[in-house]
Ligand binder design. Structure first.
Ligand SMILES: Nc1nc2c(ncn2[C@@H]2O[C@H](COP(=O)(O)OP(=O)(O)OP(=O)(O)O)[C@@H](O)[C@H]2O)c(=O)[nH]1
Ligand SMILES: C[S@@+](CC[C@H](N)C(=O)[O-])C[C@H]1O[C@@H](n2cnc3c(N)ncnc32)[C@H](O)[C@@H]1O
Ligand code: SF4
Ligand code: SF4
Length: 326
């Protein structure tokens, strides 16, 4: 079944957040003290999350990305993933992680049926990494990337949020990683989710990021895979891997948007930057899945054309990305 919104966009991708908790405190994602703690009663149970995943697949979703907070910190995640992977009609189950727990968990994730990992890594320098994440050890993420390979995962997509004056001196070095390694390195425009003061100064537009790389390397465009996310992809001529840019602020990809989101508290969002959400909790009880499926269809019908943000102004109310899942 095809799910199409009022702008003719095919919606086949659900980002499902399983927790708002995290073992890092990235400065672009949450305040220093973390997000305010939700009670266990506020977070959906795995059974409820599973119902949402199954209803989404019934109405036309083919790809589910599990996200958070940090999805791997929630107890019982492997058994949940195994159940989701077995939903008939689901073609891709993928996960976005900060990588810290992969040394312990990569083999189990692979066995559960997760097909691919996107791993966030904003700096290769210990000090810069710690400053951005406020607490993290970059060596643990690198060990996580190795563990994913050892567990048999395809080469990861590595997500780097580029911030002027913070880690932008590493843009070319990240591209260089792809020459010998088959990774996909994706440069993400810093988004003013939390609306921190002077955010405009942190944001580097995708064309500037690409310009810095093309000053050193020749890039050729690469075709996107089916059900791909918003990244525009390239390859350094002759390289093993690829690079991509996600121009999240300029919003050039909104006209191809293929996704909806559900937070760990059961709020469905038709756009990452929508201030409104649809509470799915009233539709999660009972044996009949039809009311939940109808609610998700209504969400798709009211999906906006694009976000209301550019490099100078942001209209949304401040939020923590960890609460929505990015
Ligand atoms: N503005 C905007 N940013 C997005 C959207 N989807 C993902 N992002 C951002 O893109 C970055 C990478 O997201 P991922 O979780 O790796 O997902 P993806 O880019 O869809 O990944 P693939 O499905 O592997 O292509 C994160 O910073 C997200 O917040 C979106 O719909 N709109
Ligand atoms: C919210 S995190 C959740 C998954 C996991 N904890 C991780 O970091 O990969 C999902 C993605 O959102 C990105 N993200 C969070 N805040 C962002 C911001 N303000 N601008 C751009 N990307 C952001 C992260 O870098 C990460 O790649
Ligand atoms: S970006 Fe991911 S790892 Fe960093 S604080 Fe947010 S949820 Fe945690
Ligand atoms: S900002 Fe909203 S409309 Fe644009 S790609 Fe992201 S979710 Fe889709």
């Amino acid at each position: 079944m095809k799910l199409v919104d009022s702008f003719g966009r095919r919606i086949n991708y659900l980002r499902l957040s399983v927790t708002d908790r995290c073992n890092l405190r990235c400065r672009y994602c949450m305040p220093a003290g973390g997000v305010e703690k939700l009670g266990h009663g506020d977070i959906l149970s795995y059974e409820e999350l599973f119902r949402i995943a199954r209803a989404a697949v019934t109405i036309g979703v083919e790809k589910i990305r599990i996200t958070g907070g940090e999805p791997l910190v929630r107890k019982g995640i492997v058994a949940f993933l195994e159940r989701v992977a077995a939903i008939p009609g689901l073609r891709q189950l993928v996960l976005t992680t900060n990588g810290l727990l992969l040394p312990e968990m990569a083999a189990d994730l692979r066995a559960a049926g997760v097909q691919r990992l996107n791993i966030s890594l904003d700096s290769l320098k210990a000090e810069t990494f710690r400053a951005i994440t406020r607490t993290g050890d970059v060596q643990r993420v690198l060990a996580g990337i190795d563990a994913a390979r050892a567990a048999g995962f395809p080469p990861p997509k590595i997500n780097m949020v580029v911030m002027r004056g913070v880690n932008d001196d590493e843009v070319v070095e990240f591209a260089r990683l792809t020459i010998d390694r088959p990774y996909t390195v994706r440069y993400i425009e810093y988004m003013p989710a939390t609306r921190e003061e002077n955010w405009q100064q942190l944001c580097i537009p995708a064309h500037e990021i690409l310009g810095r790389i093309t000053a050193v390397y020749e890039l050729e465009p690469v075709e996107k895979g089916a059900m791909a996310g918003p990244s525009r992809d390239f390859r350094i001529r002759g390289a093993a891997g690829t690079i991509g840019v996600i121009s999240a602020v300029s919003g050039h990809f909104c006209n191809e948007c293929n996704r909806i989101r559900v937070t760990s508290t059961g709020t469905a969002k038709s756009c990452l930057f929508s201030d409104e959400g649809l509470d799915l909790k009233p539709f999660l009880g009972g044996d009949d899945p039809a009311p939940l499926e109808d609610a998700l269809r209504r969400l798709v019908e009211c999906k906006p054309a694009r976000h209301g943000m550019d490099a100078e102004k942001a209209e949304h109310t401040a939020f923590s990305m960890a609460k929505i899942g990015g």
